[in-house]
Write a protein that binds this ligand. Structure first.
Ligand code: NDP
Length: 328
């Protein structure tokens, strides 16, 4: 039997435990493609899974990690052959299906997308689920028909993973970008990604009025709770907000006022079950539009051994931008 290195989460008397282990390939779950994982990343959800702070993991034992890039080892799926470079995000990986923090993964070929042309495996994971979600958010806003000439774009949780990529993508698409952050020290970083204005997090994070001055035409909200309520209350007539995260909270203490008085649209963004065709077009757009220099600026690299520390840091809001994990 061949063994490989992996992080394993087990149920404990109180909560869960996470530790590095040698995992037996025979214990991988069903799938028609086995991949040698070369790179992964640490998303907010990975932090929740590893620390056990939220019941993200729904099968034990579990290998956490919701996304990877790697090379196909063997495949009975006609779409993939050994040696192909692939990217995997979502579909319950690291939650219900054994995940990415492992030197090997076995998945359904239907879940995989070919590594987009123009991106290396490390760059694809610098984007990762977070960047992919930012792209889905921008595409949803565009599909709504709102344009940069209609007003600025706001990004909340801007110095985080989704936020950083959203800032860069919105700027590239021609928007005047307002970056809301709790980290004043990251103002220069956010400007380097394309932010035109920096807004202090607390301007939006406290309970606010149901409707306020019209300030932006679109937004990407990674934070939820009072922040999203305030973002909606200050969205211009016919504007749209993409809601993709819950860093402040899962609640949404708002009213119908922005919707019935201003025709504002609230667009829900989910990356996990996103259909394959949309995935492929989002990745193609990322490869085309996300500036490589900005991507490098927002990315730090850690070895496989560094995952546990980053998992704790990301929940404490200490991680800037994106983190690539070198698995191979
Ligand atoms: P990060 O931790 O990298 O970013 C979150 C950012 O939110 C932080 O950097 C911080 O930004 C801000 N923040 C943190 N805590 C608070 C708080 N209490 N109040 C207000 N702002 C806060 O995480 P990701 O970017 O990876 O993910 C962001 C969110 O998006 C998460 O909730 C995640 O679960 C969700 N997500 C959803 C997906 C989907 O499919 N819908 C896919 C991927 C992620 P700053 O320091 O700039 O203030």
């Amino acid at each position: 039997m061949s063994k490989f290195r992996a992080i394993r989460i087990d149920k404990a008397e109180k909560g869960t435990t996470a530790a590095y282990t040698d995992f037996d390939e025979a214990d991988l779950m069903d799938g028609d493609v086995t991949v040698r994982v070369t790179h992964s990343t640490v998303n907010y959800k990975d932090g929740l899974a590893i620390t056990g702070k939220s019941p993200v993991v729904r099968r034990f034992p579990m290998i956490p990690g919701i996304d990877f890039a790697g090379i196909v080892d063997n495949s009975t799926n006609p779409a993939f052959k050994p040696g192909d470079s692939v990217v995997m995000t979502g579909w319950g990986m690291g939650e219900t299906h054994l995940g990415a923090y492992a030197q090997k993964a076995r998945v359904k070929g239907d879940w995989l997308v070919p590594l987009p042309q123009g991106l290396s495996a490390a760059e694809a994971m610098a984007v990762g689920t977070a960047g992919f979600t930012a792209m889905l958010s921008v595409m949803a806003l565009e599909a709504q028909g709102v344009k940069p000439s209609d007003g600025p774009a706001i990004v909340t949780g801007a110095a985080g993973g989704v936020g950083s990529v959203a800032v860069a993508l919105l700027k590239k698409a021609g928007w005047h970008v307002i970056a809301s952050t709790g980290r004043a020290s990251e103002a220069d970083y956010l400007r380097s990604l394309g932010a035109d204005e920096i807004m202090e997090r607390k301007e939006l994070s406290e309970p606010g009025r149901p409707i306020g001055k019209e300030r932006w035409a679109v937004g990407v909200d990674t934070v939820g709770s009072h922040t999203l309520a305030n973002v909606l209350a200050q969205t211009k007539y016919s504007g749209a907000i993409a809601a993709c995260g819950l860093a402040q909270g899962m609640d949404l203490p708002t009213s119908v006022a922005p919707f019935i008085l201003r025709g504002v649209s609230l667009l829900g963004i989910d990356s996990v079950m996103c259909p394959k065709e949309k995935r492929i077009s989002a990745w193609a757009r990322i490869a085309r539009d996300l500036d490589k220099k900005s991507l490098a600026t927002m990315t730090t690299h850690v070895p496989f051994d560094g995952v546990m520390d980053v998992a704790r840091d990301i929940l404490d809001g200490k991680v800037r931008g994106r983190v690539v994990v070198d698995i191979g």
